[in-house]
Write a new protein. Sequence first.
Length: 226
Amino acid sequence: MEVIVPFSTDRPKSRLSAVLDPDERAAFARAMLRDVLAAVEGAGGDPRVLATGPVDADLGCPVAVDGRPLTDAVNAALDARLGGDGGEGNADGPEPVAVAMADLALATPEALRELFAAGREADIAIAPGRGGGTNAFVASRPEFRVDYHGASYLDHRRIAAEIGASVAVVDSHRLATDVDEPADLAELLIHAEADDAADGGRAARWLRDAGFALDAGNGRVGVERG
Ligand SMILES: Nc1nc2c(ncn2[C@@H]2O[C@H](COP(=O)(O)OP(=O)(O)OP(=O)(O)O)[C@@H](O)[C@H]2O)c(=O)[nH]1
Ligand SMILES: C[C@H](OP(=O)(O)O)C(=O)O
């Protein structure tokens, strides 16, 4: 399955500015992107990065540049694949296409396989993010359109209902955890430590190398930087 991975190259991860400087945010965002691409490939998916600007590194997959805002860029990509202008359809309708965000640093092939399977059963399969975002979805209906930001999970359910599309919800901790804020870094380090055989992936290694560690001292576990 083709998997579009939106990626912001300009001022990424601004909500981490309290703990990372701009160069660090760019490097950390790149590490998360690579983890997501590896998980997509591990799940048998075919990743395509949809970036706001050129990416000066070989990511091992195609990169399309579209400087429009996220919603417009993703809708154009969906239209090209599912819509009337070149969607690869067959008698049963277009092939499903997935969109997975580049900040799902906990994503695993297993979690993505579950999403892909749900997207073959339902018209739209959504993995909601904590806080109401849409961290990943699969769509096979040409009329489906995204409207990101805010509680986009609810908006996408409403859009699916408006076009009469069936919806499957993928209840996955790993896909629900987008790394937006400093508290999310703790989630990444916790699961990297639990999965140490897999070494936690590039993003977790990047954090550890930058001096971050878990801080379990006071209430909810957070991170501290040594
Ligand atoms: N192609 C594209 N991707 C985007 C755009 N804005 C965000 N993204 C990507 O979409 C996903 C979700 O982004 P957000 O968490 O909302 O934004 P962010 O820029 O990563 O972080 P903040 O600056 O903290 O909001 C991430 O994979 C981003 O890299 C955009 O305008 N175009
Ligand atoms: C793009 C946006 O991401 P968030 O701002 O929730 O991280 C969303 O999922 O609608």
